[in-house]
Design a protein around this ligand. Structure first.
Ligand code: ADP
Ligand code: MG
Length: 306
């Protein structure tokens, strides 16, 4: 099997009583990718991640790491994997440094003082390493969790909503750190999120899941490039017979008195404006929404894309 497929999830199924939380999920993550595992709350992301990490039993399907099928006998694979799931627990009366040292040793690793401080610096905790964790904000605890996931230099990093609880500045820092790990250090990162913009800004591939099923999957750039755009144009009164009938790249959704709604690739906006101007029509506003974004807004029932 292909060793470049660092993580493969095959026909995964998991029910809680009669409720199917994961319903035949298939995912393939290539080496060096940042893979965004995107879905609204309740989609089945955390359940899937807990299954991958053997924290939860599944009903059907297989998980492969580095081209090798995971069984109860392949726990040594976990030394090549770092993970951060839900809110990490720490000893509140110990410093970040002491916590990191303690948990590393618990998992059988012994690191030098330098390595421990270096990792804390990498996640942006410099200067606070020796403060008790009880004085930490949620975001700082999240970063300490990241330090714990990264300290043993794993090849594959699995993160469940790693920017949860961070302020915008903290989010940016975590994004930059993860991008650096993938681009400059060859790490593969699988991370879940419920924010499309976040995945767009960082991931190379993504899957959108809902109700335990994959709905869209592919390279982020291609998904965005190929997805159509809704274009809304507000004008002064349009002539009665106004239309775009000669342009086969444009699908007209509606043309009303002073509103035009089109579906097309974004690159036609300029020619649409040219046409309106050549007909002496005044343009008051032009808005465009990517159909992938619109779709995701519908899915989540809220506008969390901006
Ligand atoms: P996400 O992480 O995408 O928000 P989850 O994987 O946490 O979604 O949950 C998926 C669905 O499974 C939700 O409807 C949730 O309520 C349900 N679920 C998760 N864990 C349990 C459990 N231990 N018992 C029963 N239902 C659960
Ligand atoms: Mg979750």
């Amino acid at each position: 099997m292909d060793e470049n497929i660092v993580l493969k999830i095959e026909n995964l199924e998991k029910s809680f009583k009669n409720f199917k939380a994961v319903d035949g999920l298939n995912i393939e993550v290539e080496k060096g990718e940042i893979y965004g595992f995107l879905g609204p709350n309740g989609a089945g992301k955390s359940t899937t991640i807990r299954i991958i990490l053997s924290l939860l039993k599944h009903d059907k399907g297989n998980v492969y790491f580095f081209g090798e099928k995971f069984t109860n006998h392949s726990r040594e694979l976990f030394s090549r994997i770092g993970a951060l799931v839900e809110k990490p627990d720490f000893y509140l009366y110990l410093s970040a440094y002491r916590n990191l040292k303690y948990f590393s040793e618990l998992y059988g690793h012994k690191f030098s003082k330098n390595k421990l401080y270096e990792t804390l610096e990498m996640v942006g905790l410099s200067g606070r390493e020796d403060d008790k964790v009880k004085t930490y904000s949620l975001g700082m605890k999240q970063r300490l969790g990241l330090a714990q996931a990264l300290i043993h230099d794993p090849e594959l990093i699995i993160l469940d909503e790693p920017t949860n609880g961070l302020d915008p500045q903290g989010m940016r820092e975590v994004r930059n750190l993860l991008t650096d790990l993938a681009v400059n250090k060859g790490k593969t990162i699988f991370l879940s999120s419920h924010i499309l913009k976040e995945v767009e800004s960082m991931a190379t591939s993504m899957a959108i899941i809902n109700k335990g099923k994959t709905i869209v999957e592919g390279k982020v750039q291609e998904l965005l490039k190929n997805s159509q755009t809704h274009i809304y144009i507000e004008t002064n009164n349009l002539p009665n017979n106004f239309n775009f009938e000669n342009n086969k790249d444009i699908k007209v959704i509606k043309i009303e008195k002073n509103n035009i709604e089109l579906e097309a690739n974004k690159n036609v906006i300029t020619s649409v404006i040219d046409k309106l101007r050549s007909d002496n029509i005044e343009i008051y506003s032009v808005n465009s929404v990517n159909s992938l974004e619109e779709y995701f807004i519908q899915l989540t029932g809220e506008n969390n894309v901006s």
